[in-house]
Design a protein around this ligand. Structure first.
Ligand code: ZN
Length: 113
């Protein structure tokens, strides 16, 4: 159910922006989602189609831009990305790492008519 609350938040933001712009209809919502946010694109679109009914965002296309998980190693300072669940530094094998990108979850922009 994580995606539902996230999707509601996105819809509210998109509607607010559209209202400010005096838009009649939202056609696209561009989202930036970090790989670490554990958000499933299909679930977001699924919930969105339901909760956007009878709003000006109904039928809008969600466009997902994925941000890879990016880490910095505390031991050697190496900055690297990882797509799996192995966050170990590939350079020195260090386990003390810091997440510097990949938790993003935001509405980047909307396209309206
Ligand atoms: Zn390292």
């Amino acid at each position: 159910m994580h995606e539902l609350s996230v999707t509601q938040g996105m819809l509210e933001i998109a509607l607010k922006h559209a209202q400010q712009a005096g838009a009649q209809r939202i056609t696209h919502i561009n989202l930036v989602i970090g790989d670490l946010s554990s958000i499933v694109d299909d679930s977001v679109q699924f919930y969105f189609d339901i909760i956007s009914q009878d709003t000006i965002a109904e039928g809008a296309q969600l466009v997902f831009q994925r941000v890879p998980a990016t880490f910095r190693c505390w031991d050697c300072g190496n900055i690297y990305t990882s797509r799996g669940h192995d966050f170990t530094c590939p350079q020195c094998g260090g386990m003390k790492v810091e997440v510097i990108a990949g938790n993003e979850l935001r509405v980047e922009s909307i396209e309206v008519e």
